[in-house]
Design a protein. Sequence first.
Length: 393
Amino acid sequence: MSSQPLAGVRVIDFTQIMLGPSATQMLGDYGADVIKIERPGTGDLSRVTLPDDPAGSDNPAFSSLNRNKRSIALDLSTQAGRVIARELVRDADVVVSNFRPGVMERLGLGYDELSELNPRLIFAVGTGYGLTGPYRSKGGQDMLAQALTGATHRRADPSRPPQLYATTVADYAAGMHLMQGILLALLARERTGRGQLVQASLYDAMLAMQMQEATHLLMRGVELNWVAMPHTGVFETSDGALVLVGAFRDDPIADICAALGIEDLTRQERFSTFALQCANRSELHAELSAVFRRNTTQHWIEVLEKADLLCAPIRTLDEALADPQTDANGMVVEIDRDGEPVRTVGSPVKLTDGAATVRFPPPRLGEHTDAVLAELGYDAERIAALRSAGIVA
C-alpha cells in the first residue's frame, strides 16, 4: 500500500483545459487513481487547442496538467458510453468536471443522479461563474474572470490601458480551490459517511485573491493598490530591469535614497509625506529611474540588498527555470514517456511523508481504455465490439 495520503482514492475525471485538470493532477500527484475520460478523436481540448510541432495529441499544454492519470476515450454522447461512465462512478470516491452548468445533467451524469447511485460520492464542479446567478451559462474563461472581477482594472499607472495578467492565474487559483474542497469533503466523509457537492469558480477565485483590496473598499471606501505604492515599482537599469518594494519601513523613500547614495527626496515639499508621494508618484519614480539607469541590475541588487531593501531582477521564464533555487526546490521534473522526455513543472507542495511522485507520464489519448474496461469486467471481445462501434477508442 502506498504511503501517499490519497492512495486508494479513485477519481473519475471529466475535466479539460486547466481549471479541472490542475486539481485532478494534484490529486494524482499524491496517490489518487485518476481515470481521465476523454472524447474519442480529439480528447481534452488542451491536446489540440495550441499549435504544436510536431503536431499530435501530446501538446505541452496538455502534458503540463495530466501526469498521474489514466486516459479512457469514451463517447458520452452514446447511451453505451454513459453506461460505462456510470459503472466507473459506482465505486469511485470523487467525480470532477468543469463543463458549463447543465452539461453533466443533460448527460444523465449530474450530482442528483450520481449521488443516488453512489451516496459516498464527492461531486466536484469547476465553473466560470458559479452554479447559480446571472452569469451561470456565460462561457467561462480565465481572462474574462480577470476583467469581470476588477483585477484587470487595477494597475500601477492609471494613464495606461488595463492589461491582462500574462498567465492563467484564475484557472490555477480556481483549480487549487476545487482541489481543497475535494480534500475537505473527503475528510468530512470520514465522519459522516456521506459525499457532497463541491464547487469552485474562476470568478470567486479572482475575488478571493483580492480579499485585502476588497475589504479595504468594503470597510473604508478606499481602493488599495499594492503596485501603485510610491515606494514600489519596476525600474530599468543599464542592462535590464528590477522590481523594488520598499515595504515594512517607517520612511521607505528616505531609506531607498540612502541606499542609492542620493539626496533624500523626502526633503522636497512634493515628496515630503506619503500622501504627496502617492499624488506625485510619476515624478518620484522619474527621479529614481534616472539613478537606476546609471548601472547594471546586478549592481543595484547588491546595493539594495545590502540595505535590506526588498528587490529582485526582472527575469524571463527561461531564466527562472534555470535558477539554482528552482533546482533546489525540485520544481522542474523530467518524465519518461515511451523513451521521450516530458519536462514540466513539479508540485509546489512538499511533504516529508507521502511526497508527490510521478507514477504515470501524461497519457496518450485512450492509452488505458482496455485496462480500465477490463477492471470493470469487460472481456477482450466486448471491448473490441465497443471500439468497432466508436463508443471507445
